[in-house]
Design a protein around this ligand. Structure first.
Ligand code: GLP
Length: 241
């Protein structure tokens, strides 16, 4: 595992953005695994700016997102569909039919999980997966206790995850209680992983990740089984390391 230490959020975003752009330039048909949340937003801003200034093209790039809330339609401003469209896709020349996000409004959610797994397979797997980390060590929406062997599945969100994400909603009650997420085994099949960690709120999770044991009680620790993980963290997140 490689650790890149950065001063702050802006520098973390820049370092990650440069790695992603390099990969796309050397493989214009890359399949990118994307994440939502506050952490990758700066990286997406970098990709948008680079696309405008340096003309990096996304016409043949494919993307698969990690997760989506259950019960929110794609047009809902709190859905991850909406987040991705507003914060990245609409600013790039990526075709809409190349961008994939689990459908949390599907009538048959179990079938939707199977479809998503199959889709990732058909795309030839994820070349580069961007990940954030939850304060409880979740990756995607794989909460503590999720088997490392899990594939795309339906989850009940932990109370502290809903609380952490309630900042985007009007109230805690509005935060969906369930989500669809790529499983841990699905994530581990990515050829390369970039784990982004920013801010003091993530310092304990990062400490546990770096120095703690590998356990299903701390989902991110599964990444230690992967041979190509780069952690890009800022000074506040690295407080205890
Ligand atoms: C969310 C997402 C994760 C994300 C994490 C951290 O619940 N499902 O994919 O990595 O929590 O979010 P943030 O970057 O906003 O701290």
């Amino acid at each position: 595992m490689k650790l890149i230490r950065t001063e702050n959020y802006a520098e973390m975003s820049l370092e990650a953005g440069k790695i992603i752009v390099d990969k796309i330039r050397s493989n214009p048909r890359l399949t990118l695994g994307l994440a939502t949340g506050s952490t990758p937003k700066g990286v997406y801003d970098y990709l948008i700016q680079d696309h405008g200034t340096n003309g990096t093209r996304y016409q043949q790039v494919k993307s698969v997102n990690l997760d989506e809330y259950i019960g929110l339609k794609a047009q809902d401003p709190n859905s991850y569909h909406y987040f991705m469209r507003q914060n990245l896709f609409k600013h790039l020349d990526i075709s809409e039919h190349h961008t994939h996000i689990p459908n949390g409004a599907a009538s048959d959610l179990k079938q939707e999980c199977l479809r998503y797994e199959q889709l990732i397979k058909e795309l030839g797997g994820v070349d580069l997966q961007i990940l954030g980390i939850g304060q409880n060590g979740h990756i995607g929406f794989n909460e503590p206790g999720t088997p490392f062997s899990s594939r795309t599945h339906i989850v009940t969100l932990a109370k502290n995850t809903r609380e952490a994400n309630s900042r985007f909603f009007n109230s805690f009650e509005e935060v969906p209680a369930h989500a669809i997420t790529m499983g841990i085994a699905t994530i581990l099949e990515s050829k390369e992983i970039l784990l982004l960690v920013s801010g003091e709120k993530k310092a304990e999770a990062l400490l546990k990740f770096m120095n703690g044991e590998i356990s299903e009680e701390f989902p991110a620790s599964a990444l230690k089984h992967h041979e190509n993980v780069t952690v890009i963290a800022d000074r506040d997140a690295l407080k205890y390391i």
